[in-house]
Design a protein around this ligand. Structure first.
Ligand SMILES: O=C(O)CCC(=O)C(=O)O
Length: 317
């Protein structure tokens, strides 16, 4: 990658597939049960990266905020924010005015300007996807072979309407007792209520359904987080956004993930170039869904690949 990785924990240095000895050790410890071995791998990563507090937040609150110094350098966050703004400008023809925000008052939507499907716009977004804190917490919530469902930017100015509370998970209630989707949002400018931060209802992920009417509005909390923070929430957590009341732009980027038996919001399978696949760890190709064997159109389906897909779909971790 010519764009040098600046994310501290840039890539998982020991994915199970590349470290056969560690994998074999876990398999032995798990009595040959691949699901238990996967659970151990997830646990090892949480411990190695010292993420226990964030796992506890995800369980109790349904969201967690990882501080900037744990995820990336200020230099990387600056480049990241500029890339999102660049994509926004390419998509709309509007040059963003980060200082006044006047460029974006025209995007009259609670989402502001929301360029979608942007992973392929710059290799920097691959580094974001493979950030090892993000990978470890996504693997904890959705298992180690979950898929990237969407990659999107948010550029919002003053006056943006409040975004109503919703869940990202779109299935029927009651929701499953395990997580099905999650959202990893990077705040690329400072988040506060006045700045139009995400609004969350702590603990709402446990209700297993989406809010009815105004339910939850009084329990909304703003996320106060400096630029560069990584905000991770369960797909069942009730969330929205406060209206922005300050000048300038609120810039953010979100990767959404789902379990491998769900449809992704955006199409990734078969879309990453061979160069992209080659320059990234294997987990990247799994995020793209390269291993999946759904939707086959031949009578002589590769049963090994189908078995691998079924095992990934059934694995809690
Ligand atoms: O960041 C925002 O303003 C909206 C976030 C949101 O609702 C989402 O990503 O699902």
């Amino acid at each position: 990658m010519d764009d040098q990785p600046a994310v501290k924990h840039e890539a998982d240095p020991r994915p199970a597939e590349q470290d056969q000895a560690a994998f074999q050790q876990r398999m032995n410890a798990a009595g040959g049960d691949p699901q238990m071995a996967a659970l151990r791998r997830v646990q090892d990563e949480i411990r190695r990266l010292d993420l226990e507090r964030h796992v506890s937040d995800l369980n109790v609150l349904g969201y967690t905020v990882v501080p900037p110094e744990r995820v990336a350098t200020p230099e990387f966050i600056g480049r990241f924010r500029d890339k999102v703004l660049e994509v926004g400008q390419r998509r709309s023809g509007v040059a963003p005015d980060l200082k006044t925000g006047n460029s974006h008052t025209q995007f009259n939507s609670p989402f502001g300007q929301m360029p979608m499907y942007i992973l392929f716009e710059d290799p920097l977004f691959e580094q974001v996807l493979m950030n090892e804190v993000s990978v470890a917490l996504v693997d904890y919530l959705l298992g180690h072979r979950s898929l990237l469902s969407s990659s999107r930017g948010f550029i919002k100015a003053r006056g943006t309407e409040a975004l109503v509370l919703h869940t990202d998970f779109a299935g029927p209630a009651p929701f499953p007792t395990y997580s099905s989707m999650c959202n990893v949002t990077w705040a690329l400018t400072d988040y506060s209520k006045e700045n139009g931060s995400i609004a969350v209802v702590p603990g709402s992920h446990r209700l297993g359904r989406r809010p009815h009417g105004d339910e939850g509005v009084d329990q909304r909390e703003a996320i106060d987080a400096p630029a560069g923070s990584m905000i991770i929430f369960d797909g069942y957590t009730w969330h929205g956004a406060f209206p922005r009341q300050t000048d300038g732009l609120r810039v953010a980027y979100a990767n959404l993930f789902c379990r491998p038996y769900l449809f992704t919001l955006e199409k990734y399978q078969g879309k990453a170039s061979p160069e992209m696949l080659a320059r990234n760890p294997k987990r990247f190709s799994d995020f793209m869904g390269e291993y999946l064997a759904w939707e086959y159109d031949t009578p002589d389906k590769d049963m090994v690949k189908l078995g691998e897909t079924m095992a990934a779909a059934m694995s809690l971790y």
